[in-house]
Ligand binder design. Structure first.
Ligand code: HEC
Length: 198
């Protein structure tokens, strides 16, 4: 009898501790995630590494040298559409930096199935553009094609909101499971008590 009286409260305390510890751990994880994601204000952090140059410089150069043919917002005109970029025949990936750098540097004479039957002049006709300028232009075109198409990296605020949502759902689910387990435990205790009474 004494053994039984001691054992039940002890078991209860342990499970309560576990039930509390899990949400606390999840909450701690959430806080750490938020702390890790908030102090990185660079908006293009991960994409910048993959770009062949500086897209901001590229944007300025584009306005001066390319917009007349390709449109102020890359929508195309005399020249091919650059966002979303036309896939010319025989080109497997029009956003490949090597392809872009090559076509901007050397231009292109129209091939039979190209949407535009006009030649792209080397460096857009401005021979003064340097190799770095061409890389920056390619970076700008890649950046514009990869941003806002649903595959852009999440802004820190948006990431934080989603983290809170999913962690919240996780906590509610775990509280619910704990509740179910406790219900089951109570029924088990009641059944044992009934069996003993017989
Ligand atoms: C005289 C008009 C003209 C100018 C200026 C011009 N382009 Fe073009 N560009 C074209 C045309 C026309 C094509 C399509 C050529 C073809 O299909 O053979 C083209 C094609 C391209 C392509 C390939 C598009 C694709 O779908 O793969 C890129 C990239 C490009 N231009 C970048 C630039 C950049 C960057 C500049 C500025 C430095 C520039 N162009 C200036 C007319 C121009």
């Amino acid at each position: 009898m004494i053994w039984r009286a001691m054992r039940l409260p002890k078991g209860f305390k342990l499970s309560a501790l576990v039930a509390l510890a899990i949400p606390v751990l999840v909450a701690l994880t959430a806080i750490t995630t938020l702390a890790a994601s908030s102090p990185s204000p660079s908006p293009s952090g991960s994409t910048a590494a993959a770009l062949p140059g500086d897209p901001t410089r590229g944007a300025a150069l584009y306005g001066q040298n390319c917009a007349t043919c390709h449109g102020a917002s890359l929508e195309g005109g005399i020249g091919a559409v650059l966002n979303p970029i036309d896939k010319l025949p025989g080109v497997s990936n029009p956003l490949d930096p090597t392809f872009l750098i090559n076509i901007i540097t050397n231009g292109r004479t129209p091939q039979p199935h190209d949407p535009k039957q006009i030649a792209m002049p080397p460096k857009g006709g401005n021979a003064a553009l340097t190799d770095q300028d061409v890389k920056d232009l390619a970076a700008y075109i890649i950046q514009q094609n990869t941003l806002g198409a649903g595959n852009a990296p999440l802004a820190p605020g948006e990431l934080a909101k989603r983290t809170i949502l999913w962690v919240g759902i996780g906590i509610i689910a775990m509280v619910f499971v704990t509740f179910l387990l406790s219900q089951y435990n109570m029924r088990w205790i009641a059944r044992r008590a009934a069996a003993r009474r017989k």
